[in-house]
Design a protein. Structure first.
Length: 437
């Protein structure tokens, strides 16, 4: 990038970054809701007699409705836009947290988790679409890392904070606390979020910056072409490669999100409160890697003239390969040893994550980004459903986490292969042209 362009960039107002912060806060809060259950494992056993297998299903209940909503949500997002869909979603997820706090039965707790999945289903596809509307391609990895890194920060600070609330006041109060915070975010989102064309305080200079692109005239024509049929997108190699690869990331992510405190407590015999505190270590590593490697560093290199596809592919594939570090925790006998390997795994996967979430707006036309994001997150949530359930069965059968970690490593190898073979170069997919053309 030339020096005059850097100077021009420095003079552009930064109102768009307010949107990045808003999206990040939203993910931070909805992941508080998600980790609530993992923190409450032993309390739920005392309250409802929840076994490891039942806990696995309970952990996946959220992902089932979340997953089923993904592709429909993608279609709805492309029709109604981020603002209207996310207003409904944020309200529903806050009500789901309150429902979990007051339910007297295990079936009621399942119902609250199902509702939470519906409410939070639009979050990541909507955020990916919002970033595509508010940021030029050269800034999208860093902007994406604002909300993706928040999912790691939520576990780093949320697990100990919610754990303290649980130990001091009980698990119902931990659910009620996240409900209050979620409702406050609903009010914040309602007030702040607008599309760029609706924001009267967005200056013409910043609007021009957002609209700037390095694409050719043909690419711009493709970007603004009519929406593609969902079936057409489902069979595109790039969409399939991205979905399988990112699904492998999400399998490990949800394994650690739902089982890490229990692993530290059960396998390494760490007391409950200490396991909450130790859990925060790899999630802090993931937060830093996500924000500064997958986000800031990727955009920094691209803005300085490095090949954008190559930079993104190196971080996406290399970070996923680092995820194989989870195998090191199989033979760990101390907390330090286990946390080292889990931090390597989660740090690598976290660096790859914002790149992965920026890809839908880079390979799909503007009117298809919501659908591609929905397809991507559908794959993610199939993995999110499978990971807690499979881990519950494997731990119950073998009284060890070795097989659980081994299965996740096999999936990561499949994901890396999909990135290399199917996704290939990160560039816009060709238009679905009629045969006569």
């Amino acid at each position: 990038m030339a020096i005059p362009e850097l100077e021009s960039r420095a003079r552009v107002p930064r109102r768009r970054w307010r949107i990045a912060w808003l999206l990040g806060v939203g993910v931070l809060i909805n992941y508080f809701d998600r980790v609530n259950l993992s923190v409450s494992h032993q309390s739920l056993f005392a309250a409802f007699g929840v076994s490891d297998i039942v806990f696995g299903y309970l952990s996946s209940a959220y992902n089932i409705t979340y997953c089923l909503c993904q592709i429909p949500i993608g279609v709805v997002l492309d029709k109604l836009g981020v603002k209207r869909v996310q207003r409904v979603g944020t309200f529903l997820w806050s009500m789901a947290s309150f429902g979990g706090a007051i339910t007297p039965t295990l079936s009621g707790l399942f119902a609250s988790r199902f509702l939470l999945g519906v409410g939070e289903a639009p979050t990541f596809p909507a955020n990916a679409k919002a970033v595509g509307r508010w940021f030029p391609p050269r800034e999208r990895c860093f902007a994406t890392s604002f909300f993706d890194s928040a999912s790691k920060l939520a576990s780093a600070i949320g697990v100990p904070i919610i754990g303290i609330v649980l130990v001091r006041a009980g698990w119902r109060w931990s659910f009620a606390t996240t409900g209050v915070i979620s409702f406050l975010y609903f009010l914040l989102f309602w007030r702040i979020y607008k599309e760029p064309t609706e924001d009267s305080e967005l200056t013409p200079a910043e609007q021009r910056w957002i609209d700037e692109t390095d694409e050719s005239a043909e690419d711009i024509e493709l970007a603004n072409a009519p929406s593609s049929p969902l079936v057409h997108l489902l069979v595109q190699p790039k969409v399939l490669g991205l979905s399988i690869g990112f699904g492998s990331y999400n399998y490990v992510f949800y394994l650690l999100l739902t089982w890490l405190p229990s692993y530290l407590s059960y396998a390494l015999h760490i007391n409950l409160l200490d396991s909450f505190l130790y859990t925060s270590v790899p999630w802090f590593v993931g937060f830093v890697a996500d924000l500064f490697i997958g986000g800031w560093l990727v955009d920094y290199l691209i803005q300085r003239g490095f090949n954008s596809s190559m930079v993104r592919r190196i971080v996406l594939i290399g970070g996923t390969a680092f995820g194989l570090g989870i195998l090191g925790a199989v033979h760990a006998h101390t907390a330090a040893h286990a946390l080292l390997w889990i931090s390597v795994s989660l740090g690598g996967l976290s660096a790859a994550a914002p790149v992965g979430w920026s890809v839908p707006s880079l390979i799909a036309r503007r009117n298809d980004v919501g659908k591609v994001g929905g397809i991507l997150n559908f794959s993610n949530q199939v993995s999110g459903i499978a990971a807690p359930i499979a881990t519950g069965y494997l731990v119950s059968a073998f009284h060890s986490y070795a097989w659980a970690f081994g299965v996740s490593a096999i999936y990561l190898v499949i994901g890396i292969t999909s990135y290399i073979v199917l996704l290939g170069k990160i560039e816009q997919m060709p238009r679905n042209r009629p045969a006569s053309a």
